[in-house]
Design a protein around this ligand. Structure first.
Ligand code: HEM
Length: 160
C-alpha cells in the first residue's frame, strides 16, 4: 500500500485511495447530445445502462430491487442531462455534484471501473439507434466517461 496515496476512511473498512493523476482534465460533451436526446431519452439510456450494471460483476454495489435500481438510474441520468449539455437538473434536486465524494461510500477499484465502463460502452453502442444519441458524438461521450471515471476510483486494486 502506498501510504502517501491512501488514508483511513471513517466508517468504511477499505482505506481511501486517490488517483495520482488528480481530478480529470477532459473535454466537454457537445451540447448537441442533449439537444438530440432530451431528458426522456437520456433517462431511457440510463435505465438500460443500470440494467446492465445490475447483471454485471459490480452488481453488489447497486440496489437490488428493480424499483430502487431504476431510482438510482434516474439520479445518474439527472447528472448526465447536465454533462450532455442540458440544464442543472441534478444540482437543483441534490445540490453540488461532488462526484468523487459521493462515490466514497462505495469501494471502487480499477477493476470495478472497467466493468462499469464495459456496461457503459455496450449501452453507448446501441444509443444512436435506441436513444437518439447523435452517432458523430459517441466518441466524445466515450472519451468523457473514460477520463472522468478514473476520478471515481477510490480503492487500490488488489493483486490476485
Ligand atoms: C463518468 C463517471 C461517473 C459519473 C459521472 C457517475 C455519476 C453518478 C451519480 C450522479 C450518482 C448518484 C450520486 C448521488 O447523488 O448520490 C452515482 C452513483 C453511483 N455510482 Fe457513479 N458515476 C461515475 C462512475 C462510476 C463508476 C466507475 C462506478 C464503479 C462501479 C460507479 C458506481 C456508482 C455507485 C455504486 C453509485 C450508487 C448507486 C446507488 O445506490 O444509488 N460510478 N454515480
Amino acid at each position: 500500500m502506498d501510504i502517501l496515496n491512501t488514508h483511513p476512511a471513517g466508517d468504511r473498512e477499505e482505506p481511501i485511495w486517490t488517483p495520482q493523476t488528480g481530478p480529470p482534465q477532459t473535454d466537454r460533451i457537445p451540447v448537441a447530445v442533449y439537444e438530440a436526446m432530451g431528458e426522456t431519452q437520456i433517462t431511457a439510456f440510463f435505465h438500460a445502462f443500470y440494467r446492465r450494471l445490475g447483471e454485471s460483476s459490480v452488481a453488489d454495489l447497486f440496489p437490488k430491487s428493480e424499483q430502487n435500481l431504476m431510482r438510482a438510474a434516474d439520479k445518474s441520468a439527472a447528472m448526465f442531462v447536465f454533462l450532455f449539455g442540458g440544464p442543472h437538473v441534478y444540482q437543483k434536486k441534490y445540490g453540488r455534484p461532488m462526484m468523487r465524494a459521493r462515490h466514497l461510500p462505495f469501494v471502487i477499484d480499477e477493476a470495478a471501473r472497467q466493468e462499469w465502463l464495459r456496461c457503459y460502452r455496450e449501452t453507448l453502442d446501441e444509443a444512436p439507434e435506441l436513444f437518439a444519441m447523435p452517432a458523430e458524438h459517441v466518441d466524445a461521450v466515450w472519451k468523457f466517461v473514460v477520463d472522468f471515471s478514473a476520478w471515481m476510483v477510490n480503492a487500490e486494486t488488489k493483486e490476485d
